[in-house]
Design a protein around this ligand. Structure first.
Ligand SMILES: C[S@@+](CC[C@H](N)C(=O)[O-])C[C@H]1O[C@@H](n2cnc3c(N)ncnc32)[C@H](O)[C@@H]1O
Length: 376
């Protein structure tokens, strides 16, 4: 696995190659769920193929795949006898992304690192190997997940500082940090991380939102509560911070008085990963996207947010109609943001900059159009 990751450019240094060659991933995923995609129903998660000792388990452990280890905030593969439906809430990240992120973090010998999202403990173990266990603090939201990670780290011979809690608060006990790395995603950069940094601290975090936009951001702390950086190239998505999931959306009364018009911007902007999706999300950060089947009374696509603003899209490719209601014209705002991004030459996400101050956090394209990130 290490040789493959190096050949593909995910491992770029001898230090991280040594860490990946040395840390036994099998200690961290003695069992996990295998994904079963189905055409006629929800994805299922099968606990049986990947059990310690089974044929194929060890091979799967060393494939470049993310392995789901918990569903719905409580169920592990050891808890159920057969495939079930569920929402993944903890996993061992795919090794290529783990390696890429450790490389992107540009650690130096002796750096003190804060990791958010201990998960199985595998990436923390790599950090311990590279920097020494006393320099590694890792925070996990879920006490059961944290306890399993602690045992796995112990089996592999590492005793880092493990904290159970919401990583949004950082870990003041071992601050300040030279580097902060998050392996779950956030809607904004938590303030506590800035407070537990020093000038020059590098922060690597995936920013996500409720319309599916996501990207890895690398920031350098510039002063008291301030940081600057940019999105890095490529698609990076992580499980959301458990505290950053939206409340279930309430479907408003789709009133007949709402405005209705045709729109040349279809829902692909919401369903296709890319910078336009990110821009749409930046324009309406409180909105959620709900889809309904074709042919019913409900629209195929609905954007809705807590103040009951909504945009309902009906139609098909090239002939979309949008109805908007509530205090904000959500689709007008999405269209305006996408038009501005197009006018700027449709830049990729690596051209999106992020600026953090104690007062606000902004994303801008090349210093042009900018949007505020939500802060709570
Ligand atoms: C993708 S997994 C982490 C992978 C891990 N680094 C590994 O090597 O196995 C994401 C983890 O973040 C945890 N998590 C989610 N929200 C969190 C939060 N606000 N603070 C700390 N951990 C959180 C989840 O419980 C989950 O275990």
């Amino acid at each position: 696995m290490a040789a493959d990751l190096a050949a593909a450019g995910h491992i770029r240094s001898k230090e991280w190659r040594a860490a990946i060659e040395s840390v036994p991933r099998e200690e961290f995923i003695p069992e996990f769920f295998t994904k079963v995609d189905r055409a006629d129903g929800p994805t299922l998660w099968d606990p049986t193929p990947a059990r310690s000792g089974n044929d194929g388990w060890l091979r799967a452990v060393y494939e470049d795949i993310s392995h789901v280890t918990q569903l719905n905030g409580e169920i592990t593969a050891a808890d159920v006898p057969e495939a079930i439906d569920g929402n993944p809430t903890s996993s061992s990240t795919m090794p290529s992304l783990v390696a890429r992120m450790w490389e992107d973090l540009e650690v130096e010998d002796g750096n003190r690192v804060l990791e958010i999202g201990t998960g199985t403990g595998y990436s923390a173990a790599l950090g311990c190997y590279r920097l020494g266990e006393d320099n590694l603090t890792s925070v996990e939201f879920d006490p059961q997940v944290a306890a399993r990670a602690g045992r796995a780290l112990g089996r592999a011979g590492f005793r880092p500082h493990l904290v159970v809690g919401d990583g949004e608060a950082g870990a003041p006990g071992t601050a300040p940090y030279d580097r902060i790395i998050a392996t779950c995603s956030f809607r904004y950069v938590p303030k506590a991380w800035l407070e537990q940094s020093k000038p020059g601290t590098i922060i690597l975090v995936t920013l996500f939102g409720w319309l599916g936009g996501t990207g890895l951001v690398k920031l350098t702390v510039t002063g008291d509560g301030t940081a600057e950086g940019r999105f890095l190239p490529g698609y990076v998505s992580f499980m959301p911070s458990r505290a950053h999931n939206p409340e279930p959306a309430v479907i408003p009364e789709l009133s007949e008085a709402a405005s209705s018009r045709s729109t040349s911007l279809g829902p692909e902007v919401l369903t296709t990963y890319g910078p336009a999706q990110l821009v749409a999300q930046l324009a309406v950060p409180e909105a959620q996207h709900i889809t309904f089947g074709p042919g019913g009374d409900l629209p195929e696509h609905l954007l809705v947010q807590p103040d009951e603003s909504y945009a309902a899209l009906r139609g098909a490719a090239g002939t979309w109609t949008v109805e908007q209601g509530g205090p904000r014209q959500l689709w007008d705002e999405v269209e305006r943001a996408v038009a501005e991004w197009r006018a700027a030459g449709e830049p990729g996400i690596e051209n999106f900059r992020v600026t953090v101050t104690p007062q606000e956090q902004r994303v801008d394209i090349h210093g042009g159009t900018s949007w505020s990130l939500p802060t709570g």
